[in-house]
Every structure is written in structure tokens, then in C-alpha cells.
Design a protein around this ligand. Structure first.
Ligand SMILES: [Ca+2]
Ligand SMILES: [Ca+2]
Length: 123
């Protein structure tokens, strides 16, 4: 799973920049990431950039469907068999969500999402 997550993270970083990229300077979370040429700042920027678009109801957190809507297309870039209705993909999304949801409120804050992505390096 961590290998797939790393590739998904790489896809996240490689996603086309839309609109204004946030400045993550001074964000302590940036120091937690470093994987294969991807800096923590890039991860933070990508999440800052894309989070609002995927938080479809604008409540500042991702529910399972919002999270899946973000991660499945990223996963599909490295795994063509990935699809939202694929049982293996659903299991992956569920496992990733549960791993990220450290306070178990069934919602992912931006900090929880960054925490999940930081596990790529630790794993
Ligand atoms: Ca939401
Ligand atoms: Ca949570």
C-alpha cells in the first residue's frame, strides 16, 4: 500500500497546476516530507492547491466520497486498473482513509491528509 501511496503522491505533485499555487513557506508540516525528489513543500503546496476543489461541500474536511474522488484518479495514473467501482480500489481508499483519520471522526482535515502523505517516507 505504501508503494502505491508513494506513486499516488507523486501523481498528486505532478498534477497540472491550476490557478494560484499557495505559498507553503513557514509551514512546519513541510519539513516532514521528503521522497524521491519530492520535497515536503511540494506536497504541502499540492494539497493546499487542490484541497478546496475536492472539498465539494466546503466544510474544510474530506468525507469518504470526497477523498475517493481525489485519490482514485491519482491512483489510476499509476495503476490503470484503478477505478471507483473496482473492489480493490475501494478497499485501498477505505484503508487509506482509515489510516489518515487519526481522530476517527470520519472526516479528513487537511492536516490529517498531510499526515497520511508523510507516512510515505516513514514507511
Ligand atoms: Ca467536505
Ligand atoms: Ca478526522
Amino acid at each position: 500500500m505504501l508503494k502505491t501511496l508513494m506513486m499516488t503522491t507523486a501523481a498528486l505533485i505532478a498534477a497540472p497546476v491550476e490557478g494560484h499555487a499557495s505559498n507553503a513557506e513557514g509551514n512546519p508540516a513541510a519539513d516532514r516530507f521528503s521522497l524521491a525528489g519530492v520535497t515536503g513543500e511540494q506536497v504541502v503546496r499540492a494539497v493546499d492547491r487542490d484541497f478546496p476543489a475536492h472539498d465539494r461541500d466546503g466544510n474544510g474536511a474530506l468525507d469518504r466520497s470526497e477523498f475517493a474522488g481525489w485519490m482514485v484518479p491519482l491512483k489510476a495514473q499509476s495503476d490503470p486498473s484503478a477505478a471507483a467501482d473496482n473492489p480493490a480500489t475501494r478497499a485501498w481508499v477505505t484503508a487509506a482513509f482509515d489510516r489518515a483519520d487519526t481522530d476517527h471522526n470520519q472526516m479528513l482535515s487537511k492536516a490529517e491528509l498531510l499526515g497520511l502523505l508523510s507516512q510515505v517516507r516513514q514507511g
